[in-house]
Write a protein that binds this ligand. Structure first.
Ligand SMILES: [Zn+2]
Length: 143
């Protein structure tokens, strides 16, 4: 299953980032999924919940899926248009000389973590929080 492969890859990436940043719990991951990427968000969430239940760091982690609209570019009239509405034929000039510019990808947009203050076995997490190398766009919520 396509979704399972994606989930394995994302969970592995997030786990590695969490370990590098001395994070002991990941709260939520926001994933951007292209409109024509053939990924089915419901399957993705099912796989996600199963995979996270087997991971200490990712236990109970929420997955938010954000759709990226698919956009096609026309080489003849140099305009873009919505892929889902018009397909391969340019609605501006009728050309078939077009290609997809976005909407077939998936990417991690945001990783949200929380530091568990009661986890006394990992005191360095809160003590060194300001010195941590930050994951881009990573947010911490204190809960
Ligand atoms: Zn065109």
């Amino acid at each position: 299953m396509h979704e399972l492969g994606i989930v394995f890859h994302i969970v592995k990436t997030v786990e590695e980032l969490a370990v590098e940043n001395h994070v002991n719990r990941v709260n939520k991951v926001t994933l951007q999924v292209g409109e024509v990427s053939t990924v089915i968000p419901e399957y993705l969430v099912d796989c996600w919940n199963w995979k996270c239940s087997k991971s200490e760091i990712m236990q109970g982690c929420e997955l938010e899926v954000e759709m990226i609209p698919a956009v096609t570019y026309c080489e003849d009239c140099q305009q873009t248009y919505g892929t889902v509405e018009h397909g391969k034929i340019c609605p501006h000039c009728g050309s078939e000389n077009t290609y997809l510019v976005q909407g077939n990808e998936h990417a991690i947009k945001e990783i949200e973590v929380y530091n568990d203050d009661e986890a006394s076995d990992t005191p360095q997490v809160s003590a060194d929080a300001d010195g941590l190398e930050r994951i881009p766009e990573m947010e911490e919520s204190q809960e």
